[in-house]
Design a protein around this ligand. Structure first.
Ligand code: GTP
Ligand code: MG
Ligand code: ZN
Ligand code: ZN
Length: 389
């Protein structure tokens, strides 16, 4: 059983949908695909096949299908949202991750750097990261990689899904190779913080949040004015700050409903908090320079296995750090969600840069990521891609 790369729902085993992809064949407005994508979509001629009631238990659907209009070979699309599937997708194992958080919390920077770091991680399991399709190559290199690594600048704010031709309507599909006996893919969907700050609970184009294996929620410590104030002389001021994380978390939890998606709560821009070592405040100095703390280490790329003990220790430390940051209301919202049952969550700390950007250019120290792959290791282990140690 595998999931759709776009709506993240499990593809039903007993039915298939094929669609004509011939660009010169007739197309019609597709209500379902438009609702899932958040903008108008036209689709080609469709054929469907449903397992008959008297079919043998091991039913094999036909392996090809042809357009009733132009006769060309069709390709399979998701039964639910009509998004195109890559050849062989049903035989592969996919891990799905959705980003979340307010504006300017570091979601797009995270994707840019985490994908690079994932390559280093997979070397431990004798594999590597590749683009799953051309669309992913185009979007990842032009929107994420080039601005950050070549131009050493900023990534433009992610556009809302209802912006014309918004690139983030398409998931980014990465091929992780054959690991533990199966071909693995990782799909990452970015979102616009602007959209999450004002999200309505029935936004169908965000329904993938309910079905992801994990949602990564970015919490920006520089969003807290007291922290910004303390760091005024140490960290260059940011160009934008996003909305209240508690409000965005509330919107996310409404969108997720009672789903069992796990939530990685990531304190981003951790380099800024590490700069608190140098402020004239005994308490912060002590918290940020305790040599026994998991926050002082970064073993994330030492092995290809997920270190459960390190992750649990770090999670507890980051949780108490959030209290020190005055974000107790945020933490209690997680504990009390789902009518008091809480959400399955874990805390992380990452810095993708290792140092603060000055305005719209990166620090001359370049990019030295800290614990960036930790959240990915967590979700990949939950899907059996990586082992636990
Ligand atoms: N100090 C520091 N700053 C960071 C880090 N990551 C991101 N930033 C800063 O945060 C800004 C916003 O990052 P983005 O990744 O574009 O934020 P986003 O969450 O994608 O924002 P939207 O697309 O508007 O939702 C960047 O321009 C950087 O200045 C980090 O690790 N450390
Ligand atoms: Mg963004
Ligand atoms: Zn789908
Ligand atoms: Zn056709």
């Amino acid at each position: 059983m595998t999931a759709c790369p776009s709506c993240f729902q499990h593809l039903p085993e007993d039915r298939r949908m094929w669609m004509c992809q011939n660009p010169s064949c007739e197309k019609a407005h597709d209500v379902v695909a438009s609702a899932y994508l958040g903008g108008p979509v036209s689709s080609g001629f469709v054929n469907v096949e449903v397992k008959p009631e008297n079919a043998p238990r091991r039913w094999t659907p036909r392996d090809s299908s042809f357009c009733g209009r132009c006769g060309s070979a069709q390709s399979e699309v998701c039964w639910i949202c009509h998004y195109g599937l890559l050849p062989g997708w049903r035989e592969a194992e996919v891990t799905t991750v959705a980003m979340n958080g307010a504006r300017a919390t570091g979601k797009s920077f995270y994707i840019a750097v985490a994908v690079q770091q994932l390559g280093h991680l997979l070397a431990h399991v004798n594999s590597s990261v590749d683009y799953g399709n051309e669309r992913t190559r185009d979007v990842y290199t032009s929107v994420y990689e080039r601005p950050l690594y070549e131009e050493l600048g900023i990534i433009a704010p992610t556009p809302r899904a209802d912006t014309a031709n918004s690139y983030q309507r398409d998931p980014m599909i990465f091929r992780l190779g054959i690991i533990n006996g199966a071909l693995r893919y990782l799909v990452i969907r970015d979102v616009a913080g602007e959209e999450m700050e004002n999200a309505s609970a029935d936004a169908q184009n965000l329904s993938f949040l309910r079905h992801a294996d994990a949602v990564f929620f970015m919490f920006d410590p520089l969003q807290i004015s007291e922290i910004r104030e303390r760091l005024r002389d140490l960290v260059p001021p940011q160009l934008t700050t996003g909305g209240d994380p508690k409000v965005v978390l509330g919107n996310l939890l409404r969108l997720m409903g009672d789903s069992s998606t796990r939530l990685g709560v990531i304190v981003s821009k951790f380099d800024a908090l590490q700069a608190l070592r140098d402020v004239d405040d005994v308490d912060w100095k002590a918290i940020m320079s305790n040599p026994g703390s998991a926050m002082q280490r970064d073993p994330s790329l030492d092995t290809g296995a997920f270190d459960k003990e390190d992750s649990e220790l770090l999670s507890l430390e980051v949780r108490s750090l959030l209290f020190t940051l005055g974000a107790s209301g945020f933490v209690y919202t997680l504990d009390q969600a789902n009518a008091g049952r809480g959400v399955d969550h874990r805390f992380f700390a990452v810095s993708v840069l290792g140092d603060s950007p000055d305005g719209d250019t990166l620090s001359r120290f370049g990019i030295s990521p800290y614990r960036t792959v930790d959240p990915l290791k967590w979700v990949l282990q939950s899907r059996g891609v990586l082992l636990a140690q």
